[in-house]
Design a protein around this ligand. Sequence first.
Ligand code: GRF
Length: 218
Amino acid sequence: MTKESGRLALLLSGRGSNLGAFLRAQHSGELEGSVEVVISNRPEAAGLKIAQDAGITTEVVDHTLYASREAFDQVLAQKIDEFKPDVIVLAGFMRILTAGFVDRFRGKLINIHPSLLPKYRGLNTHQRALDAGEREGGATVHFVTADLDEGPGILQTPVSIEDGDTAATLASRVLPFEHRLYPYAANLVLTGQVSLGERSALWHGETLPPGGKLWRPS
Ligand code: GRF
């Protein structure tokens, strides 16, 4: 029996290590909900196998079969609706979503980004942090809005940059923090402790800074 307090749909395109983290949190009772479906835009995504091995329903909406972003997003949204999720978790989902899609799921759609937003939106975040001489990298969970990686932050965790770090070593140190941060942040949304205001995330009704609340795992 899984905990039934909240329903999650998880969207991915690749390896699915964050999915693995959600499943572990679900099984330990830490997650206040259950992953009802995993949807991928890529049929070969390794994360689908993780879901199947855990007995979770999987769906593929292959973006290459649709003539436009709008057509793809329409089918994706219908598929999501079938599972009536409370929260939709983007976990390495490598598609830019249309404004129509994002608005339809406003306040329920969250993403994890491997930087301390609002710094380093977009790709190659770790390399860019190193090139800029930062002493900290990290990850941020944020609400998704129509602008790429610009949605209001919910929770973020810093990770120290060490001498000799490369983008690969930094990414491998940030990832375990992502795995703890993301289910924890999803809980905040599932339980209504964090919600999406007009321009920022609200923590028990109080406006959070653009990157969200600072969080250090204990
Ligand atoms: C993570 O690094 C996440 O921050 C980024 O995409 C990656 C997904 O990894 N958005 P995985 O597929 O969950 O292993």
